[in-house]
Design a binder for this molecule. Sequence first.
Ligand SMILES: [Zn+2]
Length: 136
Amino acid sequence: MQIDSIYQMKIVRTKYLPPFRNYTAINLFGVFFVHPDVAVTKRLINHESIHTAQMRELLYVPFYILYLVEWFIRLFLRGDAYFNLSFEREAYKNESNHDYLKQRKHYAWIKYIRKKKGTKKSKHRKKLRRYFNKKY
Ligand SMILES: [Zn+2]
């Protein structure tokens, strides 16, 4: 196990966390655990730092609860549950912007709960409405 402390994030390289092969990295309370063979890029660190900011403003434990609740709900919705999570959307959308965390407003992930900002209804919702209007 090797501990790097470049960037603001503590990175721990270990094959034991996450314990599954198909997951290569996990951010636990701001400490980034990553399998030894995974390339840790600046973009990945920025992505994880965005999650750390989300965790901090939610006081850590509620972040994980909300993450799991939203993920569970999204399993029943259209699209990929993981990529549609508000926390992930914020992180993926801004991971290439290395100044993002300097400009970011608290609770910025909230605006990612809805699919498109400014659009009243998603295409899917419109389709559903059309369907139900026909039937009833
Ligand atoms: Zn993520």
